[in-house]
Ligand binder design. Structure first.
Ligand code: PLP
Length: 261
């Protein structure tokens, strides 16, 4: 069987822990074939993002078009987008694709270190143009709060926020539990008419750089293989847990994980 072809659209992390680098490592470790459309290049270590150079949106659009036309794609994972123009370009490139093609949108707004990875004026366009095209969006607590305009203090607030995003066109929301204080971390899958919980133990480590990118890529790969959303989420969680446990301990800040099969 040919490996599932996954197109990762997002930013490059020179430190190799997050972004496109995490996507490629995850997809490869899980037996997929990784392709990229790089939206920005960062000068980044485990402590901070020191510089960002965006790639012109037209170039990213061309990369997507070339990959789709020649190689083909079984799922798409979207990460850092940067600007409103980039969001518009990506949405325009994806609109013609069949609705059955899995698209996982990791709604990245800012890095853990604080740097904005999406301009504030682009969030509304992301909600309007890109979110409805996605099979799944994967906000964390802070992203869900910002995107829905709701304060999230409790898991119940988070579910309300996710439902608001469904009202605005999200087909499914995986609200990640990492930013809630609890020993058992619960990711919740919210669809317009259901809530499912996916608990997992919290791993005590500071080497969490790229967790969101890794989870979203692993889910995209599972969907490309024909798993349904719950099965793809459970397998991606297991991969993420193993990657967290295998972190090599590099760097002075939030270090990378170990992406092994
Ligand atoms: N750099 C790039 C290119 C990313 O896509 C991401 C993903 O969120 C980050 C940095 C931030 O990673 P983290 O939130 O783990 O710091």
């Amino acid at each position: 069987m040919n490996p599932p072809r996954i197109l990762a659209i997002g930013g490059s992390d020179s430190g190799g822990g997050a972004g496109i680098e995490a996507d490629i490592k995850t997809i490869t470790a899980l037996g997929g074939y990784a392709m990229t459309a790089i939206t920005a290049v960062t000068a980044q270590d485990t402590v901070a993002i020191h510089a960002i150079t965006p790639i012109p949106p037209a170039m990213v659009g061309r990369a997507i078009a070339m990959v789709l036309a020649d190689i083909g794609v079984d799922a798409i994972k979207i990460g850092m987008l940067g600007s409103a123009a980039m969001v518009e370009t990506i949405a325009a490139a994806l609109v013609p694709l069949p609705r059955s093609l899995p698209i996982v949108l990791d709604t990245i707004l800012a890095a853990t270190s604080g740097t904005d990875l999406l301009d504030p004026d682009a969030a509304e366009i992301l909600l309007r143009d890109l979110m409805p095209l996605a099979t799944l969006i994967t906000p964390n607590r802070h992203e869900a709060a910002k995107l829905s305009g709701r304060t999230i203090d409790t898991p119940a607030d988070a579910i309300t926020a996710a439902r608001l995003l469904c009202d605005r066109g999200a087909r499914a929301v995986l609200l990640k539990g990492g930013h809630f204080d609890a020993s058992v971390l619960i990711d919740r899958l919210i669809t317009p008419d259901d809530v499912q919980s996916f608990p997992q133990p919290r791993i005590d480590t500071s080497h969490t750089h790229g967790t969101g990118c890794t989870l979203a890529s692993a889910i995209a790969l599972g969907l490309a293989e024909g798993l349904d959303l719950p099965a793809a989420i459970i397998r991606a969680q297991a991969f993420l847990q193993a990657a967290l446990r295998a972190a090599p301990g590099f760097g002075a800040g939030h270090g990378p994980m170990g992406h092994a099969a």
